[in-house]
Design a protein around this ligand. Structure first.
Ligand SMILES: Cc1cc2nc3c(=O)[nH]c(=O)nc-3n(C[C@H](O)[C@H](O)[C@H](O)COP(=O)(O)O)c2cc1C
Length: 186
């Protein structure tokens, strides 16, 4: 059985990035439990052609490859830093270049980071409706992390790790035969 493909997207240009660290953590644990083949991108990987592109054809080949990888993934882990209570404009612009049918019924783990807790519902009020437009299957547990959940750009808080564990468990509905926890119990 070949591995299913997980693609992570961190909607940040920063390196290092808390959003990237969060997406990497979630993707790594999902990969361990379900045997996914993981690739993770950030907006720096997408590169500068994004800002000028009105259509997918306007992107350079690297940026087009990233979008092709996103739309062909079996499961996505999306992360966005919170900017002014929402996701960053260039993250949205990347998503705008995806056709509505391309993310239909795709399982998506939605995550976000922010400086504090004030905008913790950004995941519910901004990210979930965005992927609702695409008729994607956003997983029930959304993961928001603030500065205090990280140490040296690594996930370091127990409540955050617990929440991540919950959403990883929810993936079993989509990949039952891949779930190492269930296989071990048989
Ligand atoms: C332009 C800008 C706007 C921001 N607005 C918010 C905000 O509204 N709420 C919040 O909690 N944090 C806000 N932040 C803080 C970032 O969301 C936070 O530092 C995030 O974890 C950065 O992620 P990164 O390390 O992946 O770039 C803002 C940061 C920037 C640069």
């Amino acid at each position: 059985m070949s591995a299913h493909k997980l693609v992570g997207l961190a909607g940040s240009f920063n390196r290092p990035s808390k959003t990237f660290a969060l997406v990497e953590n979630v993707a790594g644990l999902a990969g361990e439990q379900y045997g996914f083949d993981n690739t993770i991108y950030d907006l720096t990987d997408v590169g500068p052609s994004l800002g000028q592109a009105l259509r997918r054809d306007d992107l350079d080949s690297r940026a087009r490859e990233v979008i092709d990888d996103i739309v062909s993934a079996d499961v996505l882990v999306i992360g966005a830093p919170t900017y002014k209570g929402s996701y960053p404009g260039l993250f949205k612009h990347l998503i705008d270049l995806i056709d509505p049918h391309e993310l239909r019924a795709k399982p998506i783990i939605i995550t976000a980071t922010g400086g504090g807790d004030r905008h913790a519902l950004m995941v519910e009020h901004q990210l979930r409706p965005l992927f609702g437009f695409f008729m994607s299957h956003t997983l029930p547990t959304a993961v928001y992390a603030s500065d205090r959940d990280f140490t040296d750009y690594r996930v370091s808080s127990d409540p955050l790790s617990k929440r991540i564990g919950e959403v990883i468990g929810e993936l079993a509905a989509f990949f039952p035969s891949r779930n190492q926890a269930l296989i071990a119990a048989e």
